[in-house]
Design a protein around this ligand. Structure first.
Ligand code: NAD
Length: 330
């Protein structure tokens, strides 16, 4: 007996694929919509034969029609790594604006709960630390990263407009840096980059002097938090992330040690508007959702390194030739 039917946009991406897996495990039917821009069928290949799962190639910025009932729409489609959104600035703004409009329209039409994957980047380079949901952020709208940050801020505002004007049952999760298996080794985010470099014996490239901090959350913890928010009737925004804060330099050294690598560390220029500090205040998630991260970071890093070791052939997923036969058409 199915719990309900969920549509996951960006379902073939890193987070989307883990989310689809966990939803299926909890008894949901899942329709994943993805245009394979920065993700690909390979991420959900293991789900394709499973009852209740369908993957459909669709661009959410185009008109999207889904036949039949839908109980939840989880809008995860968006380039998410700085390399991706700097290369795809207009696609990023379109999926955050027009894509969110279409995903909200689908939720409205079906009377479904809508959950927006927002981001800690809405806080920009924060002047409040750690960041509570009540902080409005410090974002540079005209800097290169503005395409992502402002698209997500617009998506949050649009979500609230649909809630207020159309009575759609909405939720916003602000996701902090999350890592785990199925990240692309060349997506430019710190953890997959350091793991790839360490496993290849290449120098680990630390931006600036590496004193800037990040708070990193394992994907399994994040997905549990998202499911808790989905099951609740909270509108959010709710921060989901791991407050475990670490400097980028210490993170590089930790990954090098856990990989058993002898790589050196080199320093490269900091990207423009790279945040200095980042740490979630998760009081709301703890109090209202009973959620807090459970997986120790060392254990999570070990699992991630092991996955990268076992998948040496995964170099780039985005842009891979489309395996149409992998896609279950409706
Ligand atoms: P990802 O790039 O692996 O996944 C995004 C997916 O969306 C990809 O499969 C891509 O092909 C798809 N997509 C992009 N544009 C689309 C479109 N127009 N129509 C349909 N599909 C489209 O990135 P991710 O890390 O899994 O991030 C997923 C979501 O979570 C994003 O919305 C991102 O902003 C948010 N998020 C992620 C993190 C993180 O640490 N990973 C942090 C904060 C927020």
């Amino acid at each position: 007996m199915s719990v309900g039917r969920a549509v996951v946009t960006g379902g073939a991406g890193f987070l989307g694929s883990h989310l689809c897996e966990r939803l299926l495990d909890s008894g949901w039917e899942v329709l994943a919509l993805d245009n394979f821009l920065t993700g690909g069928p390979v991420n959900v290949q293991h789900l394709l034969g499973q009852d209740g799962f369908r993957l459909l190639r669709a661009d959410i910025t185009d008109y999207v029609h889904v036949a039949g009932p839908v109980d939840a729409v989880l809008h995860f489609a968006s380039p998410a790594s700085p390399i991706d959104y700097l290369q795809l600035p207009i696609a990023t703004m379109k999926v955050g604006s027009i894509g969110t409009l279409h995903a909200l329209g689908l939720a409205k039409e079906k009377g479904a709960r809508f959950l927006l994957a927002s981001t800690s980047e809405t806080y920009g380079d924060p002047q409040v630390h750690p960041q509570p949901e009540t902080y409005w952020g410090n974002v540079n709208p005209v800097g290169p990263r503005g395409v992502y940050d402002e698209a997500k801020r617009f998506a949050e505002a649009l979500t609230m407009a649909y809630r207020r004007a159309h009575g759609v049952d909405t939720a916003i999760v602000r996701i902090f840096n999350t890592f785990g298996p199925r990240m692309r080794p060349n997506d430019g985010r710190a953890i997959p980059t350091f793991v790839r470099q360490a496993l290849h014996g290449e120098p680990l490239t630390v931006a600036g002097d590496g004193s800037q901090t990040r708070s990193i959350c394992y994907v399994d913890d994040l997905v549990e938090g998202i499911l808790a928010l989905l099951r609740s009737d909270l509108p959010g925004p709710v921060n989901i992330g791991n407050p475990h804060e670490i400097s980028v330099l210490d993170l590089a050294k930790w990954i090098r040690d856990l990989s058993g690598s002898k790589s050196s560390i080199t320093f490269v220029p900091r990207p423009q508007d790279d945040p200095e500090i980042r740490q979630p205040d998760i009081t709301q998630a703890q109090r209202l959702l009973g959620w807090s991260p459970q997986v120790p970071i060392e254990e999570a890093l070990k699992q991630t390194i092991a996955w990268f070791r076992e998948h040496p052939d995964i170099t780039e997923i985005a842009g891979e030739p489309l395996a149409e036969d992998l896609v279950n058409h409706p």
